[in-house]
Design a protein around this ligand. Structure first.
Ligand code: UD1
Ligand code: CA
Length: 471
C-alpha cells in the first residue's frame, strides 16, 4: 500500500513558530502519531510526507526520528512549494507512488485515527474508492458528502462552495481516503481550481470516480475523536485530554491503580508491573518503567527513569534519567538527576539532590544534601547539609565514599576526594584530603568557652549615621 500524509499546510490559527504537525500531543509531535499508526497498519510501507510550511523543521524532525528508531527510516518526504490545495499536495507525491497498489491519504494534523478504523477502510475499498466519512451535529467548515436517492456517494462539496441544501447535510468528509493509484494519477491531473477558494481540491476526485464508474464506498470511525483535526490550540488541548483519558484507562485495564484517572499525564511510554499505585497530579515523560509494587506519591514528575520493585516515591519528587533500586524510599521533595543509579533499599529524603552518582544498597541521605559525580558504597549515612563540592568553577571532580561511612551533618567533601571504608567524618568538616578508613576525621576550629557579658541596650535609641561625601 502507498501511504501519503498531507502536512504542508500552515496552521495559521495555532499562532506558533513551530509548524502545526510538530506541535506535541502527549509529548509527541502530531505527525509522529500519524506515522506510528501508518506503520502499525502497514509496517513495510514507505510513507510519503508532503511538506511545505516549515519544511526544514519537519524534515529535520524526521531525520531525528529515523536516527532514534529504525522503523522510521522508510519515511520519505516531498516538497509542495506552494500550498495550492489538497489535490495539488497529493499530486506532488504521485511520481513516488506504486501504481499497482492503492493509496491511503492521511492528514498530518489528524492524529488519533486508529489502526482498526484505517484497516476497515482499506479492506472495504478493495479496488474502489474508500472514504472515511462522519456524521456531525455541527458540520460547519467540513466538506459534505452528497449522495443520490439510492444513497450512493455522488460527490464531496466544500462548505464554501455549498448551497443551503448541501450545507444542511450532516455527513462530512474526514479527508482520509483510499484511492486506486492508476486512476488517481489521471484524476489528479484533471482537477481544476475553479471554486470559491481557488484551490486544487482533492475532494474533486470523488465525482470523477463516479463518472468513471469506479465505486465509492464509505466507512466510519468507531469513535468521534478519531476524525478530529487540530487547527487551533483549543482543539489540540481537547485531543490531549482525549488521549490522556485513553492512556489512563489503558493503565487501569493493565492493573495499575490510579487514584484519579483524570489527574495523570503520560507524555511518552509508561510501563508498569503488577500492583503499581500512582497518586494524583503525576507527569511521566519519555520512557519510564515502574516495577511491581512501586508507589508514586502525588505531584511527582518522572522522566526517562526506571524504578525497581517495591520502591516508594513520595510527594513532589522530580526524577530524570535515573535508575532507582528496589525498595528505595525517595522524597518527598527529592531531585534525582541524570546518571543517578541507586542500589536496593536506598533512602533519599527531602531536599536531597543526586546527580551522576552510584549509590549502593542501604545508604541513606535523608535531608538537605547534594551528591554529585560520586561513588557511594553500602550502608553509608550522609548527614543533613552534606555537599559534594564537585565543581571547581572549571572542571567536575569525583567523590568516592566507601562502605559503612558515617558523614556528620554540614560536611563539605571537596572533590576529588575519597573517604575510606568505615570512616566517620565529624559534623561541619570541610574535607580537602582523603579520609582514612576506620578513623574519625574532623576539621573544625576548637570549641572554647569564655566568660562574657552580653551588651545592654543603649538609651539614645537609633545610632547616628555618618554622612559620607561622594566624589
Ligand atoms: C479538507 C477537505 C474537506 C474535509 C476537511 C477535513 C479538501 C479540499 N477539503 O478541508 O473536505 O472536510 O479537510 O478536515 O480536501 N494540505 C497540504 N497542502 C495544501 C493544502 C492542505 O499539504 O496545499 C494539508 C494540510 O496540511 C492538512 C490537510 O492537507 O493536513 C487538510 O488541509 P486543510 O487546509 O486543513 O483542508 P480543509 O480546508 O480543512
Ligand atoms: Ca482542516
Amino acid at each position: 500500500m502507498n501511504i501519503v500524509i498531507l502536512a504542508a499546510g500552515q496552521g495559521k490559527r495555532m499562532k506558533s513558530a513551530l509548524p502545526k504537525v510538530l506541535q506535541p500531543l502527549a509529548g509527541k509531535p502530531l505527525l509522529q502519531h500519524v506515522l506510528e499508526t501508518a506503520l502499525a497498519l502497514a509496517p513495510k510501507a514507505e510513507p510519503i510526507v508532503v511538506i511545505g510550511h516549515g519544511a526544514e523543521q519537519v524534515q529535520s524532525f524526521l531525520v531525528h526520528l529515523a536516527s532514534l528508531e529504525v522503523r522510521f527510516r522508510n519515511v520519505k518526504t516531498v516538497l509542495q512549494k506552494e500550498q495550492k490545495g489538497t489535490g495539488h499536495a497529493l499530486l506532488q507525491a504521485l511520481p513516488k507512488l506504486n501504481r499497482l497498489l492503492p493509496t491511503l491519504v492521511l492528514y498530518g494534523d489528524v492524529p488519533l485515527c486508529s489502526k482498526e478504523t484505517l484497516k476497515k477502510l482499506v479492506r472495504l475499498s478493495d479496488g474502489a474508492v474508500g472514504l472515511l466519512t462522519h456524521r456531525m451535529q455541527n458540520p460547519h467548515g467540513y466538506g459534505r458528502i452528497v449522495r443520490d436517492i439510492d444513497g450512493n456517494i455522488d460527490a464531496i462539496v466544500e462548505e464554501k462552495d455549498a448551497n443551503l441544501a448541501i450545507r444542511s447535510i450532516q455527513e462530512i468528509n474526514t479527508g482520509i481516503m483510499v484511492l486506486p493509484t492508476e486512476e488517481l494519477g489521471k484524476w489528479l491531473k484533471d482537477i481544476k481550481a475553479k471554486n470559491a477558494q481557488g484551490e486544487y481540491y482533492l475532494t474533486d476526485v470523488i465525482a470523477m470516480a463516479v463518472r468513471a464508474g469506479v465505486p465509492v464506498r464509505s466507512a466510519q470511525a468507531a469513535n468521534d475523536y478519531e476524525i478530529l483535526g487540530v487547527n487551533s490550540r483549543s482543539q489540540l488541548a481537547e485531543l490531549e485530554r482525549v488521549l490522556q483519558h485513553q492512556l489512563a484507562h489503558a493503565l487501569l485495564e493493565n492493573g495499575v491503580t490510579l487514584f484519579d484517572p483524570h489527574r495523570i499525564d503520560v507524555r511518552g511510554e509508561l510501563n508498569c508491573g503488577k500492583d503499581v499505585w500512582i497518586d494524583v497530579g503525576c507527569i511521566f515523560e519519555g520512557a519510564v518503567t515502574l516495577a511491581d509494587k512501586v508507589r508514586i506519591g502525588p505531584y511527582c514528575v518522572i522522566k526517562d527513569t526506571q524504578i525497581g520493585e517495591g520502591a516508594a516515591i513520595e510527594a513532589f519528587s522530580h526524577l530524570d534519567g535515573a535508575k532507582i533500586g528496589p525498595a528505595n524510599r525517595i522524597g518527598p521533595y527529592a531531585r534525582i538527576r541524570p546518571g543517578a543509579e541507586l542500589g536496593s533499599e536506598v533512602h533519599i529524603g527531602n531536599f536531597v539532590e543526586v546527580k551522576n552518582s552510584r549509590i549502593a544498597a542501604q545508604t541513606k541521605a535523608n535531608h538537605l544534601a547534594y551528591v554529585g559525580d560520586s561513588i557511594v558504597g553500602s550502608r553509608v549515612n550522609i548527614g543533613a547539609g552534606t555537599i559534594t563540592c564537585n565543581y571547581d568553577g572549571v572542571n567536575k571532580h569525583q567523590t568516592v565514599i566507601e562502605d559503612d561511612v558515617f558523614i556528620g551533618s554540614d560536611t563539605q567533601l571537596v572533590a576529588p576526594v575519597k573517604v575510606g571504608k568505615g570512616a566517620t567524618l565529624g559534623a561541619g568538616t570541610t574535607l580537602t584530603k582523603d579520609a582514612p578508613s576506620g578513623k574519625l576525621t574532623v576539621s573544625r576550629a576548637k570549641q572554647i568557652s569564655i566568660d562574657w557579658q552580653r551588651p545592654t541596650k543603649a538609651k539614645s535609641g537609633s545610632p547616628k549615621i555618618k554622612k559620607t561625601s561622594r566624589k
